[in-house]
Design a protein. Sequence first.
Length: 242
Amino acid sequence: MPDAIFEHPRLVAIYDALDPDRSDLAVYVGIAGELGASRVLDVGCGTGTFALLLAERGLEVIGVDPAGGSLDVARAKRGAQRVRWIHADATALPAIQVDLATMTGNVAQAIVDPEDWEGTLHGVYAALRPGGHLVFETRDPAYRAWREWNRAASYAVTEIQGVGEVESWVEVTHVCGPLVSFRSTVVLRSDGQVLTSDSTLRFRDRQQVETALVAHGYSVEEVRDAPDRPGREFVFFARRAG
């Protein structure tokens, strides 16, 4: 089941407003151009921000996500008719062929179950044309980013049109090996409602990711640093053999 933050009607309606700085997506827009992609599969497309950025530039885009609430928001956005939206995950894709598949943000790490991760890599591989690329990011566990996930560091008050002031923060609830669980809390000051969403991310090191990619037939062409978070993340460029 998708986390509440991606599915609950009141939470998903304000998701974009609570995370308005998506300058990280400019890197992926550039990568699509660098690789000469004309057809892109956006895995874990959420509310459609990245998919719509690509569609605005004339690319053919398929956005897939298991959270129906997020897709409802995506479909209501301006230009949404340019994108093919699929309510599913990458383990259950229809027969498609794309030049590039992406997993931006926390998507790769949110695939926690090992079987789901293997199924995702398999499903994306099948969707890529020969020579096509899978590009995605994942946090370097050596940096231990979760140390900064606390109320003191994350607390914010956001004024959202039509909603009013919204308090929000994130707190780690459990760390067990590569799994880090945390709770997102949102307080809607207009009526005092408190909403929470529990999430878990899996932190994989570079060798684990590369081994899984090679096992599924990809060649790892390059591993880059995330330009907006240097030293904190890996950006994998994996290619389907031609």
